[in-house]
Every structure is written in structure tokens, then in C-alpha cells.
Design a protein around this ligand. Structure first.
Ligand code: NDP
Length: 460
């Protein structure tokens, strides 16, 4: 890397030492937060060449400032279930970095949510939002509440209680939350209604992912899944390949998965498998996406139901087995660390051509290294799944202008943004001596914009 940039040994050595010092500090200050450590470690190691080339970042303590959230808010969320029993969950909002704009990032309701998870997601969001080119800072949040098996009334009471506290910390120019795992249009609607009452004002710009009837944007629902496939298409095209006729495995069957499947199928691929947290379905002749939509979006049932209308398909309990299926392209769209080294080995053995991450940090570092080593085309999450937040930004723009763009207009913007992210990512990977490694390219390209903004804004 140093050779490509004409860097001296000393410059690289200083940069490495600085990165290692900051990493040690992050681990010391955030004990036991393994997902946060994992995300920071992956990013910081890849920044060594840019730090060596621009000592101004070291002089301005940019890495210390990027890895320490500007604010971490935790709060209790009391709510009453249908039997009159009181429960208390924990709510989080991390307002990680505001160098480029107001804090922006989703809310996750899942029992695994804790400070480590929201910090890893918030940290990744800094570079992802920067890559979109939109004026967005970074935040993330959620609760350890488990929506599974809860009635609509319970979801509403919990969400209203969560929104009552979160409302104190957000605003159209401060922090604009959106959805993530376990938080879809229904939950955003309940939050918006509650916040509207509390604020005594109709401020469309306080949340994104809103319903179309009250300020939501067309394509927001589809944006992350579609965006992942737009990025994938660019990557394949560059390698002289296309999705046409390819077998695609998609993990999960939630918001990101469904629209990744839809767009991949539109591009001529056959979706051979998808999953939920209980198991996966496999149908080499092609999964019918309309049925998956009905089961998951409309009925909120388990993916195993698919076999009732498609008895020719197979259902297997447990989710990680999905990566042992032969496929040309893998789209992990469910959750963090869902592809480990063994899973990656099976995919490589089955001659996978490309992996594009729809979920956040779905591949472990060992898995990612294995893909790169075996020349598998690899689209890293923070670049490939940035379409969701990009369209959230377009939703904010439409809210400010008090108008609504057509589906085609928003989709055109999304395609342009994803193409641009691909090009910037590729360019940065080549400029800093890592051709073909888009993970490093995404970190470098995302970092540069935020780091320069932080330098310009001074230490306050
Ligand atoms: P959803 O809640 O809509 O869907 C998540 C899906 O993943 C569900 O089908 C869920 O199954 C399944 N799942 C969860 N854990 C596992 C597992 N271990 N193995 C297999 N399947 C599993 O969430 P989203 O689609 O919104 O988010 C998915 C990922 O994409 C997350 O990493 C999120 O952070 C990321 N992301 C989402 C964005 C968005 O706009 N929504 C934007 C950018 C990133 P079950 O039904 O059983 O719970």
C-alpha cells in the first residue's frame, strides 16, 4: 500500500501506531462490547494509508473523535401488556457524529439490542451516510423489546412509551430516526402519532419511513433491497457479468430481503432460497416472491408456511445451513455475523461469484477475508445497503419542499446514488493500493468526507 502512495516507512509506522493506540483506547473505554470493537477494528485498520498520507487527521484526533459517540442516551420504556402486567424494556439512541448533518439512522426492536449493538450500527452509519453524498450525520437506536408474538395493542403501547422519551432528543434539524429490524411502517406510524401529540405540531421531518398518506416517500420501503441489487449490478457489470440466469440465495425474509429478491428476480435471477430466524426454504426452480410477501408482510407468519402453497419446496430448520446451498450469488440480508468462516468456505467451495451485503456487518472478518482471497466479488454493507438511508434523505427533501416525487423519480435518484457509491468506493480502493477490495474502498471514501469536515469545523 505504501508503495502505491509513495509513503515512507516512518509515515506508515506512525499511522499504524496511532490506529493501534486508538483501538486499544476504544476497547478499554467500551469493555465487553464485542460488536462495536469488531466494527471499529475493521474500519480503523483499513484507514492506515489515508492517515499516513494526511497527518492532519492524526494532529486533529480524528479517529478518537470518530469512535466516541457525541451522545449515548439510554432510557427505560415501561409498558403494560394485554393481561395488565407491567414490563420495563431499555431504550437507546446513539447520536454518534454530526459532522455532515443532523444525526440519521434507524431504530431496531430486537431482544439482542444493547449498547454494543447500537454503537456498532451507529459507527457504521457514519461512513455509510457519508458515502451517500447526502447531508447526513449518523445515529442509531432501538430497544431490547421483542415484537414477536405481541398483539397490535401491545406494540402500540410499547412504541408510544418509547416515542415519549425519544421525542425529547430528536427534531428535523437535530436527529431523524427511521426503521430497522423490527421497526416498520406500523411502528413508525405509532411513533409519529405520539410525537405529534407531544410536540403540538405536525413536523413531517422528525422521522423517515413514514406511510405514504402522511409524508412518506415512494421507494423508501424498497430502497435498501433495491439499492443493494443496484450496487451488485454495477459490480457485476464491471467484471463482465450480470444477474441474468444466476441462482441467488437471500437470507432473511424481512424488509431488505424481500425487495432484494424482487429486484434480483427482475434482473433475470432465480431466487433459490430465503429464510427467517427459525429456518430456510429452498426451491431450485425459483421462490415465488409474492407468496413470501404475503406470509411475512401481510400475515406476519413463519417462512415454513411457504410449503403449504408450494409443496415442491424444501424447508430446513436452523438458518445457517442456507449458505451450504449451491448458488452463484449470496445476499446476506438478515443480521450481523450471519456468515462465519465455515459458511464462507462452503460458499467458495460451491463457486459463489459474488456476495453483496444487504444486512449490516453480516460477514465476520474471517469470512470477508476468505471472499477477497478467493476473488469472490464482495459488496460491503456500508456501501451496498446505503440505499435505505439515501431514500430517507430524499424523503426529508420532499418533506421540506412540501411535495412528492413519483416512484420513477425517486428510483432514478436511488440508482444514480448507488452507481456513484460504487464508483467512489472502487476509486478509493485503487487510489490507496487495494484494487478489488471494495470493503477498504468504502471505508476510505466514507472516512475522507467526514474527516475533512471535522478538520474544517475545529475542536469544539
Ligand atoms: P426485518 O425485521 O424486516 O427482517 C429481518 C429478517 O431477518 C427477518 O426475516 C428475520 O426473521 C430474519 N432473521 C433475523 N435473524 C436471523 C438469523 N439469525 N438468520 C436468518 N434470518 C434471521 O429487518 P430489515 O430487513 O429491516 O433489516 C435486516 C438487516 O438489514 C439488518 O442488519 C438491518 O440493520 C439492515 N438494514 C436495514 C435497513 C432498512 O432500511 N430496513 C437499512 C440498512 C440496513 P424473523 O421473521 O424470524 O424475525
Amino acid at each position: 500500500m505504501g508503495v502505491a502512495l509513495g509513503l515512507k516507512k516512518d509515515e506508515l509506522k506512525n499511522a499504524k501506531e496511532y490506529v493501534n493506540e486508538v483501538l486499544a483506547l476504544v476497547k478499554k473505554k467500551n469493555p465487553g462490547e464485542t460488536e462495536f470493537h469488531q466494527a471499529v477494528e475493521e474500519v480503523l485498520h483499513s484507514l492506515i494509508p489515508i492517515i499516513a498520507k494526511h497527518p492532519v487527521y492524526m494532529d486533529n484526533g480524528i479517529l478518537e473523535r470518530l469512535t466516541e459517540p457525541e451522545r449515548l442516551i439510554t432510557f427505560s420504556v415501561p409498558w403494560v401488556d394485554d393481561n395488565g402486567k407491567t414490563h420495563v424494556n431499555r431504550g437507546f439512541r446513539v447520536q454518534f457524529n454530526s459532522a455532515l448533518g443532523p444525526y440519521k439512522g434507524g431504530l431496531r426492536f430486537h431482544p439482542s439490542v444493547n449498547a454494543s449493538i447500537v454503537k456498532f450500527l451507529g459507527f457504521e452509519q457514519i461512513l455509510k451516510n457519508s458515502l451517500t453524498g447526502q447531508p447526513l450525520g449518523a445515529g442509531k437506536g432501538g430497544s431490547d423489546f421483542d415484537p414477536k408474538g405481541k398483539s397490535d395493542g401491545e406494540i402500540m403501547r410499547f412504541t408510544q412509551s418509547f416515542a415519549t422519551e425519544l421525542n425529547k432528543h430528536i427534531g428535523p434539524d437535530i436527529d431523524i430516526p427511521a426503521g430497522d429490524t423490527g421497526v416498520g411502517a406500523r411502528e413508525i406510524g405509532f411513533m409519529f402519532g405520539q410525537m405529534k401529540r407531544l410536540r403540538g405540531a405536525y413536523e413531517a421531518g422528525i422521522l423517515t419511513g413514514k406511510g405514504l398518506e402522511y409524508g412518506g416517500s415512494l421507494v423508501r420501503k424498497e430502497a435498501t433491497g433495491y439499492g443493494t441489487v443496484y450496487f451488485l449490478n454495477e459490480m457485476l457489470k464491471d467484471a463482465g457479468l450480470s444477474l441474468n440466469g444466476k441462482r441467488v440465495t437471500v437470507s432473511g425474509s424481512g424488509n431488505v430481503s424481500i425487495y432484494a429478491m424482487e429486484k434480483a428476480a427482475e434482473s433475470g435471477a432465480t431466487i433459490v432460497a430465503c429464510s427467517d430466524s427459525d429456518g430456510y426454504i429452498y426451491d431450485p426452480s425459483g421462490i415465488e416472491i409474492a407468496t413470501v410477501k404475503r406470509i411475512k408482510e401481510e400475515e406476519g407468519k413463519r417462512i415454513s408456511e411457504y410449503l403449504k402453497t408450494h409443496p415442491g419446496a424444501e424447508y430446513h430448520s436452523g438458518c445457517s445451513g442456507i449458505w451450504s446451498l449451491p448458488c452463484d450469488i449470496a445476499l446476506p440480508c438478515a443480521t450481523q455475523n450471519e456468515i462465519d468462516e465455515n459458511d464462507a468456505q462452503m460458499l467458495v467451495k460451491n463457486h459463489v461469484l459474488a456476495v453483496a451485503e444487504g444486512a449490516n456487518m453480516p460477514s465476520t472478518k474471517a469470512a470477508k477475508d476468505l471472499f477477497v482471497k478467493n476473488n469472490v466479488l464482495f459488496a460491503p454493507a456500508k456501501a451496498a445497503n446505503a440505499g435505505g438511508v439515501a431514500v430517507s434523505s430524499l424523503e426529508m427533501a420532499q418533506n421540506s419542499m412540501r411535495l412528492r416525487w413519483t416512484f420513477e423519480e425517486v428510483d432514478q435518484h436511488l440508482q444514480k446514488i448507488m452507481k456513484n457509491i460504487y464508483q467512489e468506493t472502487k476509486k478509493a480502493s485503487e487510489e490507496y493500493g487495494y484494487p478489488g477490495d471494495l470493503s477498504v474502498g468504502a471505508n476510505l471514501a466514507g472516512f475522507k468526507r467526514v474527516a475533512d469536515a471535522l478538520v474544517s469545523q475545529g475542536v469544539v
